[in-house]
Design a binder for this molecule. Structure first.
Ligand code: C5P
Length: 239
């Protein structure tokens, strides 16, 4: 019997704010409801605008996913996750391929906080292909590799993983419904995949078992991002 429970929820929407300026960020987020959408700040925005941007966005009551995809030695991981936890954000990320030892230190850092962020691990980037995997010396198939890293993440008691949509259901089945699954690379069916190798179509979202979908360029390059966002919200929540 599958361990997926009957009460699977519709995935929540995380917007990847991969803009180059603050004006574009606030043009969008001033017009949307923080109860319906969460926001992701990645490397490019964080390097440019730093903690100040996080504080400004927090004032608008949005949950923030600080997606720095950390990869370092245990000591630095512990320090970095401690500092991130002080920011009062909702979710943050490390690379599962950094090893179980490193994830253990990342997890340990959360112990000192009353309301620590969710800690999730990147399995592969959605831009990754089997060829990329082979190039870095991994002989496993991509699904096997992802499942191996998800297993390691579960073993070290992180909250969940980032993975391509095609394997989301399997991860839920293997590791339980409480283990969070975050899926980037979301597109409308006829849209450009850009550099993403694994794309999950908005029109098919109900087929997958995901907790969160990360939407970037579908929104950040749209001529009417607010309209498109609510269109996506409707797809996810009413079909
Ligand atoms: O623009 P697009 O919708 O492809 O955005 C993808 C976003 O998700 C980017 O911010 C990228 O950093 C992030 N991401 C990803 N693959 C992962 C983890 C995060 O594409 N495995």
């Amino acid at each position: 019997m599958s361990i997926i429970s009957e009460n699977l929820k519709n995935p929540e929407i995380i917007i990847a704010l991969d803009y180059v300026d603050k004006k574009s960020v606030f043009n969008l987020i001033d017009k949307i409801d923080p109860k319906l959408f969460k926001l992701k700040i990645g490397h490019s925005m964080f390097i440019k605008f730093g903690i100040e941007l996080i504080k400004e966005i927090k004032r608008l009551k949005f949950d923030i996913f600080l997606d720095l995809k950390l990869y370092d030695i245990p000591n630095i991981m512990f320090k970095s996750i401690s500092i991130i936890s002080e920011l009062g954000i909702w979710m943050t990320s490390v690379h599962a391929s950094g090893s179980g030892n490193v994830m253990e230190y990342a997890k340990l850092a959360l112990r000192n906080f009353n309301k620590p962020p969710l800690l999730i691990a990147i399995t592969t980037l959605t831009s990754f292909s089997e060829c990329d995997l082979y190039q870095i010396g991994i002989k496993n198939s991509l699904p096997k590799y992802i499942l191996q890293l998800a297993k390691l993440t579960k073993l070290y008691q992180l909250d969940g993983v980032v993975c391509p949509g095609f394997i989301a259901k399997k991860i839920k089945k293997n590791f339980g419904n409480d283990f969070k699954v975050v899926v980037p690379g979301i597109r409308f069916i006829n849209h450009n995949p850009h550099d993403q190798n694994f794309v999950t179509y908005i029109e098919e979202i109900k087929k997958y078992h995901m907790d969160y979908i990360v939407i970037g360029r579908t929104i950040t390059t749209s001529s009417n991002p607010v309209k498109d966002l609510y269109r996506i919200w409707n797809y996810v929540n009413t079909r």
